[in-house]
Design a protein around this ligand. Structure first.
Ligand code: COA
Ligand code: AMP
Length: 636
């Protein structure tokens, strides 16, 4: 007899519409959708086309009306400012309603874009939900990005307003956001009408008269506003993510499908009930933060934790255990890199001893490959299931997971388990033919995709179709390679494009190469991601200088490091560049980045048959050794 997981999974594909119509019935609709799925306008499909709803109403007002008003909706825990503040559903709804009034008083309404450039403070969630309340489309930009990245997003979104905080707080330094914002607006071709600035005492921003307004003053003079009914298909947000060039991709999320899917996952994937405490230790600037710090836990009536700190150093590697105990967290979601950092600082988990984790049931890891060593350590110290799960900004919620709320399947280290209901995961070869179990190929998902997946890229529908739906007709291309074993467990091996994962942050080596190439002395360059014990991967750049440049190499190397920090931001963690005489290429001129990476990672590598000059690899190996990344031996 099929188990609960198998039954749910089969039904999600065989009776797609009934499955998601049932899930949609748990939420509030001004007009209940009758048309569940249409597949004419996009291969991903569009869900609940004739439904009318409001995501903010479902995340806040619905719970207040149902008697959950006095329950904590969000707990802000900030060791970097020594602050803990709790907001009930009623308080959060009321604050959001007033900030929605502020936005409206600035002429912002349905469909207008609002950039949110803020750190991990409650006002960020308030700004997001206020946009949702009036049907405006938010686009949160991660605080670790520099002016140039922010400018690209201002231009692409054509935002009417920017909501910003005066600063973010990183361990040991205050990051002033306002000068970065001013710089971005200067750089951008499109100018927002207004900037609403939340002043933090750690660093007060200088305001520009006529453009900037103060958050608190605006709130004091604003009237609360009600939710605006929107179509299920109306965009809720745009989240820019790395593409293969410096031009990021604006992943669009709609209102209806998104709220239905996220609400469904809280019970079924994460196994938490309304009223329980859920903590995603990520950042609102990433998709994990959108989905599992803000929207999903609130849609499901949980208490969400908003954590402003790091897994180590704020103040120590025991902060996760302190928060789990103090706020009675039922499930934690974080990136493996966080656990590698905790383990590095406290290998015997001494800081866990004596903590009461009796409410804590499950740890979820995602964002990068979970190395079995770290996963095993987490299992040992926690004595609870540790669930690796796999997803992407594009999908908005997990494609593969051990769905503990449906049925806990046996854990296999190195695998995020099986496809979550809704995701028809396959492995295909270059000719789009499915490969046998155990064979590595491209991980693709049969279309239509379930609700919540991205229906388009902002202002770039052709790019959406070309990037994701053309190479493997009938499928969504995840750009991850991997395999599925005989038991149906997926294994995610590597990206098939130039995306690397640095401390759980998705970055494009192509975008970094664009920055290096812009340096006046650089003729050619390549950036690869090399294995790093803490961050999973870190970028390393190779530079070939223009003929006649005879400045000292260390000078140029540190200039390009500074340039990446200035153009992309500190989050790129780009700290190493080396000058080489030439780059290894195929005879047709393609740089052999994959081989360079294998050398750097001490993996066995084979001299590519197509290489134009085999001697070069020895030079690359020597350069890597000089930079501290000794090469492995070439296979015979
Ligand atoms: N605003 C401004 N700067 C930021 C920032 C922000 N929101 N977030 C990070 N940065 C900066 C950091 O200060 C650091 O700058 P530095 O080069 O001056 O030191 C740089 O960007 C890299 O930051 P980070 O990747 O956080 O590395 P770290 O060395 O400071 O910390 C970890 C390492 C593992 C502790 C950290 O990466 C971490 O907590 N990861 C958790 C994973 C996570 O949240 N993933 C999100 C997806 S689930
Ligand atoms: P992002 O869009 O930032 O969420 O990054 C998505 C990418 O991160 C995926 O395409 C994978 O390459 C990687 N990733 C996310 N979760 C996992 C996981 N559990 N195992 C392996 N890789 C992962």
């Amino acid at each position: 007899m099929a188990g609960a997981y198998e039954t749910a999974f089969r039904r999600s594909l065989d009776e797609r519409e009934a499955f998601w119509a049932d899930a949609a019935a748990a939420l509030h609709w001004y007009k209940t959708p009758m048309q569940i799925l249409e597949t004419d306008s996009t291969p991903a499909g569009r869900w609940f086309a004739d439904g009318v709803t409001n995501t903010c109403f479902n995340a806040l007002d619905r719970h207040v009306e149902a008697g959950r008003g006095e329950q904590a909706a969000m707990i802000y825990d900030s060791p970097v400012t020594n602050t803990i503040r709790s907001f009930t559903y009623r308080e959060l709804r009321d604050t959001v309603a007033v900030f929605a009034g502020v936005l409206r008083s600035q002429g912002i309404g349905k469909g207008d874009r609002v950039i949110i450039y803020m750190p991990m403070i409650p006002e960020t969630a308030v700004a997001m939900l206020a946009c949702a309340r009036i049907g405006a489309v938010h686009s949160v930009v991660f605080g670790g990005f520099a002016s140039n990245e922010l400018a690209v997003r201002i231009d692409d979104s054509g935002c009417k307003a920017v909501v910003a905080a005066s600063c973010g707080i990183e361990p040991g330094r205050v990051v002033a956001y306002k000068p970065l914002l001013d710089g971005a607006i200067e750089l951008a071709g499109h100018k927002p009408d207004v900037c609403i600035v939340f002043q933090r005492p750690e660093c007060e921003a200088t305001m520009i008269k006529g453009r900037d307004i103060d958050w608190r003053e605006a709130m004091a003079g604003a009237e609360p506003v009600d939710c605006t009914p929107v179509s299920a298909l109306d965009p809720l947000y745009i989240l820019y993510t790395s593409g293969t060039t410096g031009q990021p991709k604006g992943v669009v999320r709609d209102n209806g499908g998104h709220m239905v899917a996220l609400h469904w996952t809280m019970k079924n994937v994460y196994g938490v009930e309304p009223g329980e405490v859920f903590w995603a230790a990520s950042d609102v600037g990433w998709v994990v933060g959108h989905s599992y710090i803000v929207y999903a836990p609130l849609l499901a009536g949980n208490t969400a934790i908003l954590f402003e700190g790091k897994p180590v150093g704020t103040p120590d590697a025991g902060v996760y255990w302190r928060i789990i105990e103090q706020h009675k967290v039922a499930a934690l979601f974080t990136a493996p890199t966080a656990f590698r950092a905790i383990r590095r600082d406290d290998p015997d988990a001494n800081l866990l001893k004596g903590r009461d984790l009796s409410h804590f049931r499950t740890l979820f890891l995602a964002g990068e490959r979970s190395d079995p060593d770290t996963l095993k350590w987490a299992e040992d110290v926690l004595s609870r299931p540790v669930i690796d799960h796999w997803w992407q900004t594009e999908t908005g919620w997990p494609m593969c997971a051990n769905c503990v709320g449906i049925e806990l399947l046996p854990v296999k280290h190195g695998s995020p388990t099986r496809p979550v209901p809704g995701w028809d995961l396959r492995v295909v070869d270059d000719n789009n033919n499915e490969v046998p179990a155990g064979t590595i190929g491209a991980l693709v998902v049969g279309t239509p995709l379930p609700p919540g997946a991205f229906p388009t890229l902002w202002n770039a529908h052709e790019r959406y179709l070309d990037t994701y739906f053309t190479e493997f007709p009938g499928y969504y291309k995840t750009a991850d390679a991997g395999y599925i074993d005989e038991d149906g467990y997926a294994y995610i091996m590597a990206r098939t494009d130039d995306i690397i994962n640095v401390a759980g942050h998705r970055l494009s080596t192509g975008a970094m190469e664009e920055v290096l190439a812009a340096h006046v002395d650089v003729a050619e360059c390549a950036v690869i991601g090399v294995a790093d014990q803490l961050k999973g991967q870190i970028p390393v750049g190779f530079l070939v200088l223009k003929a006649g440049v005879n400045r000292p190499h260390p000078e140029i190397e540190s200039e390009v490091v500074a340039l990446v920090r200035q153009r992309i931001g500190p989050v790129a963690a780009f700290k190493t560049a080396v000058v080489v005489e030439r780059l290894p290429k195929t005879r047709s001129g393609k740089i052999l980045r994959g081989t360079m990476q294998k050398v750097a990672d001490r993996e066995t590598w084979k001299m590519p048959a197509t290489i134009d000059d085999p001697e070069i690899m020895a030079e690359i190996e020597a350069a890597l050794k000089q930079a501290g990344y000794a090469g492995g031996a070439a296979a015979p």
